[in-house]
Design a protein around this ligand. Structure first.
Ligand code: RP5
Length: 170
């Protein structure tokens, strides 16, 4: 393990240009929902990237993405996919970063298929699963993870929570 990994992690790191949150979707057809997550990350000023990578169609690229996310400076990864969703689980199997899964509707089963395949992870490989099409909450949860080490994001989250109490709906 490198020295850097043994130090308490703070975000953003000095001079860091790389994204803190990686948003993955299983298909371009998932983009309209998953772009709701990137809109929230924009709102909180969190550097991020969005990519289309499928656990079934591009398994080698998913493997590489997940294995290198930590060294690229990411803090967490959001994975949204529909049908027999294995994207979040495949990523979680290959990284120690927190992985947030977004089961997506759109199949004939209305997303229950993706919900079960995302949330029912075996012991040792957790995926923090949000609601079906819950991309907004996935991004807020990612911001909350980052806020542990970032006072600016924490302040923005407090403002956001206050706006909810005043009736704002993201
Ligand atoms: C899943 O299958 C994708 O995440 C998407 O939700 C669903 C359908 O994909 P396309 O056939 O539209 O590419 O893997």
């Amino acid at each position: 393990m490198s020295d850097e990994r043994q130090e308490p992690r703070r975000w953003p790191r000095d001079g860091e240009a790389s994204p803190l949150v990686g948003v993955l979707c299983g298909s371009t057809s998932d983009l309209p929902v998953m772009q709701q997550a990137t809109a929230i990350l924009e709102r909180f000023g969190i550097p991020h990237e969005i990519s289309v990578l499928s656990a079934h169609r591009n398994p080698d690229l998913v493997d590489e993405y997940a294995r290198t996310a930590d060294e690229r400076g990411m803090a967490c990864i959001i994975c949204g996919a529909g049908m027999a969703n294995h994207l979040a689980g495949a990523v979680a199997a290959r990284t120690a970063l927190p992985v947030i899964g977004v089961p997506l509707a759109g199949s004939k089963l209305g997303g229950v298929d993706a919900l079960y395949s995302t949330v029912q992870m075996p012991k040792g490989v957790p995926v923090a699963t949000v609601a079906i099409d819950g991309a907004v909450n996935a991004a807020i949860l990612a911001a909350q993870i980052i806020a542990v080490g970032d006072p600016d994001v924490r302040a923005k989250l407090h403002e956001f929570k206050d706006s909810l109490a005043e009736g704002f709906r993201p």
